[in-house]
Design a binder for this molecule. Structure first.
Ligand SMILES: [Zn+2]
Length: 282
């Protein structure tokens, strides 16, 4: 449910983005007369039984875009992520770095944009009952480890937020109405997006997710006091160099949401905590 709400939090697509997204969708076989200019960020949730070509792109003849490219500028949601083919999960690493999917086939090579927000959901074990006290779970520790190990380290290194979601009790479920609605949160996201695009305009960029490491650690460098905990994690080998940059991007977003000029030690600490929450809990 959280993953499906995510596109609703994203701002409308601008003219350029809208053209880009519409062009990709029109390549996917819809007759031109049925293609309308898409203004909302797309949401794609291919099933784990879908072929690699359907998710990543490919097929016979000239490679066509897959769900990952149709999710460009939107959200790609993989439910029960460990159930997907290993080569599909591994192929997602490329677009998570470059925002592009290059598909090689004998008929030729095609490059399609694929800059999406990836949401992966996984049960704690194959039977799915290990959450909470896990009393009903019948899986052995080896089965659980093997199941979660299907999500490779290099893929998870590119995932910025890892959350352990506890089972919702009936009492908590009844209180949910008191929470903020999607429109209120979308307003805050819009504001935070405006702050970052203003700051990044001089680099020709729009969102924190697009900022390359050299700018994060160069023009946008933070004080040593702010990055201390991050520097320590890198030194101790708890964090990869890629992870270091990813924590910085997330910290900038937290600062933008909190109307702060730049991330302080608290933003960095929170970003690091969000990245490692599930790993620590496991
Ligand atoms: Zn189980």
């Amino acid at each position: 449910m959280l993953a499906e709400r995510l596109p609703g939090l994203l701002p409308d697509l601008g003219d350029h983005e809208s053209m880009e997204v519409t062009a990709i969708h029109s390549l996917c076989g819809l007759p031109a007369s049925q293609v309308q200019l898409l203004r909302r960020p797309p949401f794609e949730n291919p099933h784990h039984s879908a072929t690699a070509a359907a998710i990543i792109g490919g097929g016979s003849g000239l490679p066509r875009p897959g769900a990952a490219s149709r999710a460009h500028r939107g959200v790609l949601f993989l439910d029960e992520a460990p159930e997907y083919e290993r080569r599909v999960l591994d192929a997602l690493r490329q677009p998570l770095e470059s925002g592009e999917l290059v598909i090689h086939r004998s008929a030729g090579t095609a490059a399609y944009p694929a800059r999406f927000q990836l949401v992966l959901a996984a049960n704690p074990c194959p039977c799915g009952k290990a959450a909470g006290k896990g009393l009903d779970c019948t899986c052995t520790p080896v089965m659980r480890r093997r199941y979660l190990a299907r999500l490779s380290g290099p893929l998870l290194d590119r995932v910025d937020i890892q959350l352990q979601v506890e089972r919702v009790s009936l009492a908590e479920f009844g209180q949910a109405a008191a929470e903020e609605d999607t429109a209120a949160v979308a307003g805050r996201v819009l504001e935070a997006r405006a702050r970052q695009s203003e700051r990044l305009r001089c680099f020709g960029l729009e969102t924190n997710s697009q900022v390359p490491g050299r700018i994060l650690r160069g023009e946008l460098r933070l004080t040593p006091a702010a990055t201390r905990i991050l520097d320590l994690s890198l030194e101790r080998g708890v964090l990869t160099a890629r992870g270091y940059d990813r924590v910085l991007r997330l910290a900038w977003t937290l600062a933008d949401l909190g109307h702060r000029e730049a991330p302080g030690p608290d933003d960095i600490g929170q970003a690091l905590g969000l990245r490692q929450a599930a790993a620590v809990a496991a």
